[in-house]
Design a protein around this ligand. Structure first.
Ligand code: AMP
Length: 226
């Protein structure tokens, strides 16, 4: 793939569960060479591998609750030690509370790094519930698809032929709980970054390509593909 002007950025992508943060963050990472740091994916890996962290996180995740801050801060702090973060990174799913955001400032301060931008993808709750009820994820490669593409649980992943599953926390009751948690905890983050004047709000209603184009525009980035 041809990469035109490569620019180092340190970003956060915010938005309620199901707004498409993961998909957009992974595309940004692939296009611009930045590390995509998804705390949800890291925790799911830890649960699957039955590590100490995974065993502690599992019960919170299954209920749609937030994993305690001290576990999350340790996890992200360790991740920043990885060399790939030096080329820039996109945090997806972290921070989720103002306390995590303050700790993130401390972590970055210790590493002499600044945040460049925080992108908030804004989508109505009704649309989120609709999208999550249609979401399927490949158990092998994590590829995300939707039942609107005529796929169902148990089908083959179009990317790696693994098995498509519904995420346990995408069941309707857990989705409602995750949205409540989001409203209560994460909304205040938007104010936190607004006050730092690094918040960009992007309308998340539209196709993945349309939203991606809006994100690039809001960050002043030139698309790397036509
Ligand atoms: P996600 O894939 O980002 O929706 O995360 C899935 C679940 O992992 C969440 O519902 C939480 O239980 C947990 N989680 C992920 N990131 C965080 C975080 N920054 N703080 C606390 N819990 C988190």
């Amino acid at each position: 793939m041809k990469r035109t002007m490569i620019m180092k950025k340190r970003l956060i992508i915010l938005g309620a569960p199901g707004v498409g943060k993961g998909t957009q963050a992974s595309r940004l990472g692939a296009d611009y060479g930045w590390a995509h740091i998804s705390t949800g994916d890291m925790l799911r890996d830890a649960v699957r591998e039955e590590t100490q962290l995974g065993c502690r996180a599992k019960t919170y995740m299954e209920k749609g609750e937030l994993v305690p801050d001290e576990l999350m801060i340790g996890l992200v702090g360790d991740r920043f030690k990885n060399r790939d973060c030096q080329k820039g990174f996109i945090l997806d799913g972290f921070p989720r509370t103002v306390h995590q955001a303050e700790k993130l400032d401390d972590l970055l301060g210790e590493l002499n790094m600044d945040l460049d931008d925080v992108v908030n993808i804004d989508v109505s709750s009704d649309e989120i519930v609709r999208r999550l009820s249609q979401r399927l994820v490949c158990a092998e490669c994590g590829h995300v698809v939707t039942t609107a593409d005529h796929l169902q649980e148990g089908n083959e992943c179009p990317s790696c032929k693994g098995r498509l599953n519904r995420r346990k926390d995408d069941e309707p009751d857990t989705v409602r709980r995750r949205l409540e948690v989001y409203e209560k905890e994460t909304r205040s983050l938007i104010r936190y970054y607004q006050e730092k004047s690094i918040l960009r709000v992007v309308d998340g209603f539209g196709s993945m390509d349309e939203v991606y184009a809006t994100i690039l525009f809001s960050l002043g980035l030139t698309p790397v593909r036509p």
